[in-house]
Ligand binder design. Sequence first.
Ligand code: SF4
Length: 71
Amino acid sequence: MLKHGKMDKFKINFDKEACIGCIACASVCDNWIMDENKAKPKKTTISEKELKSNKKAESICPVNAIKIKEV
Ligand code: SF4
């Protein structure tokens, strides 16, 4: 039994409270959009293919609001 599709292997935890709306994540990764003055992930479960750019978003975030975990 698979909880997610085969390709979806990583889960994004986003701390919206911590987000200061700097837009850095959205500038490096298509999965991140701005909603009012906060960032928002389009998807919170991502595939290995999507990992690279989301990892960039994770590392560029100045307040560490983005954490990616393998599931
Ligand atoms: S990089 Fe971090 S602080 Fe900046 S908009 Fe994205 S989640 Fe928010």
